[in-house]
Design a protein around this ligand. Structure first.
Ligand code: F6P
Length: 549
């Protein structure tokens, strides 16, 4: 396979980047009134305006050529077809099977996985109904009113952020609390707020070996027993979601209370599996299914649409353009919708844990940039903190703005203001404000010439800052499913172009191992001499600060 930087399209893009580096989007919009209409695409209820990017038709064509040359179509079919594209773990990557309502089989190692996928969906549906109806009762006969969902990473972010995003669709039978961090404050505060007799703990861990989740579950178990529950009552108040059924049963979770998941579902791609049980409990199964249906629609769009109108491909190649030809170090997510405020954190794991890699599938160290830093927060809050740097800083920071056109129970003025800020920001980033415009604005400030020039210099905004604007009528479960799947496939396409394995995460293993060794040092179970001097010093200070008085 030709390496990325030896592809003819790469050389073409290098030439184009040099050719357009002094061009300004302001001038492109002035020269071509049809630019906005030409650079937009729509699918699955999502409208994407990508006209405020530093691209022209020639650049987009070369970017699509690069994606084709890198084999995106071939790899896409390999993924949907259940091939072991996660090469270092020899696993298929089939989060798409979890939402496959086509009726078609999905073969993994010669076996159709759809029967067990659909059976698990039925198990989620039945369990949700039994909890919501009050049929599932605690050991004192009380219905379940509180859910404590324990998990971290992909076993936390998806459930929490989807539930938060679909708050208007909440099912009021139960209240779901999410706990992730091993910091005891979190689990303590949650447990202090619920009654153990009406509380169900959902422990989610694909590996069933994650320190934080195991410890939080042990604490929840001790709390339950301390409140008066008995060992034999655990089965009524604890369920687990895991691919490691053996470890879960050894932990004390009744086998009938274990919701299965599979090795071919990556943690950061798992909200569509039983990891999404808390979503179903919070929103009702029909809304959880709506999420999956929306994602399935996006899967079909991603598979069928030509690159030129393919939302994930368009977003992916634009990201490659800035990452590899403008040295952009990051990409900012700006959801202009309070309920979507968690989306930047969700895409952080999805994108950075997938493409934060330095070695190709063949094991060669890359000599090109790969995954960017993903960050962001809800609009309009960011305008009053970090937007200054995006407008007048020295970095190219491509931005994804997103906004629902309608929101439930909202004062029209509030929503009109939110939309006006969203659109105003994309316009300001694109057009900026020239020195001459700033100088003219200062005509009536009583400044002498030097002061006027100096201040105009400080007020000048270069503009030409790229952004995409993603609009949708309202955030329904279906729309949210399509939105998340769009980003999943964007990350996939970029991983293929950068030739990395987007589906393993070896980079997190060392920290886990060393963390456990340091824990032994802190707890006095191991000499700390094996650590570096700094870590030894840190351990000593911690032990001194916590020495029994
Ligand atoms: O961060 C590493 C990681 O393995 C993530 O990929 C995963 O989502 C998270 O930890 C939790 O893993 P588990 O679901 O196995 O507890």
């Amino acid at each position: 396979m030709t390496d990325l930087t030896h592809q003819p399209a790469w050389a073409k893009l290098q030439a184009l980047a040099s050719e357009i580096k002094d061009a300004h989007m302001r001038d492109w919009f002035a020269a071509d009134p049809s630019r906005a209409e030409k650079m937009q695409a729509e699918a699955c209820g999502l409208f994407v305006d990508y006209s405020k990017n530093r691209v022209n038709d020639e650049v987009m064509a070369a970017l699509f050529d690069l994606a084709k040359a890198q084999g995106v179509e071939h790899h896409r079919e390999a993924m949907f077809g259940g091939k072991a594209i996660n090469t270092t773990e020899n696993r298929a990557v089939l989060h798409t099977a979890l939402r496959n309502f086509s009726g078609e089989p999905v073969m993994v190692d010669g076996e159709d996985v759809m029967p067990e996928v659909l059976a698990t969906l039925e198990k989620i549906k039945a369990f949700t109904a039994s909890v919501h109806s009050g049929e599932h009762k605690g050991y004192t006969g009380k219905a379940v009113k509180q859910i404590v969902a324990i998990g971290i990473g992909g076993s936390f972010l998806g459930p929490k952020i989807m539930t938060e995003a679909l708050k208007p669709h909440t099912h009021h039978a139960v209240k779901v609390h999410f706990v992730a961090n091993v910091d005891g404050c979190h689990i303590h505060d949650v447990l202090a707020s619920v009654d153990h007799e009406e509380t169900l703990v959902v422990m989610s861990s694909k590996s069933f070996s994650t320190q934080e989740t195991l410890q939080n579950t042990l604490t929840a178990k001790a709390w339950f027993l301390g409140q008066g529950g008995k060992q034999e009552d655990i089965a009524k108040h604890f369920v687990a979601v895991s691919s490691n059924v053996k470890a879960a049963t050894e932990f004390g979770i009744a086998e009938e209370n274990i919701f299965p998941m599979w090795d071919w579902v990556g943690g950061r791609y798992s909200l569509w599996s039983a990891i999404g049980l808390p979503i179903s409990l919070a929103l009702g199964f029909d809304n959880f299914k709506g999420l999956l249906e929306g994602a399935h629609d996006m899967d079909k769009h991603f598979r069928d649409a030509p690159f030129e109108s393919n939302l994930p491909v368009i977003l992916a190649v634009l990201g490659v353009w800035y990452r590899n030809f403008f040295d952009a170090q990051s990409h900012v997510m700006l959801p202009y919708y309070h309920y979507l405020r968690g989306l930047p954190a969700y895409v952080q794991q999805l994108d950075m844990e997938s493409n934060g890699k330095q070695v190709t599938q063949n094991g060669d160290v890359v000599d090109w940039q790969t995954g960017p830093i993903i960050w962001g927060s809800e609009g309009t809050n960011g305008q009053h903190s970090f937007h200054q740097l995006i407008h007048q800083g020295t970095s190219v920071i491509p931005a994804d703005f997103m906004l629902p056109l309608n929101v439930p129970n909202q004062n029209d003025t509030h929503h009109a203001m939110l939309a006006s800020n969203c659109f105003g920001q994309t316009q300001a980033l694109m057009q900026g404000k020239t020195f001459d415009e700033c100088y003219a604005d200062l005509s009536d400030k009583g400044l002498d010439e030097d002061a006027r020039n100096a201040l105009a210099q400080h007020k000048t905004m270069p503009g030409n800052k790229p952004s995409n604007t993603i609009l949708f009528d309202s955030l329904t479960p279906q729309t949210l499913g399509a939105l998340v799947a769009m980003y999943e496939h964007k990350v996939f396409v970029q991983g293929v172009i950068w030739q990395v394995n987007s589906f393993d995460q070896w980079g997190v293993e060392l920290g886990k191992v060393l963390g456990n060794q340091v824990l032994d040092g802190i707890q006095g179970k191991a000499e700390s001499e094996s650590f570096d001097a700094s870590t030894q010093h840190l351990i000593r200070r911690f032990r001194n600060a916590n020495a029994p008085s």
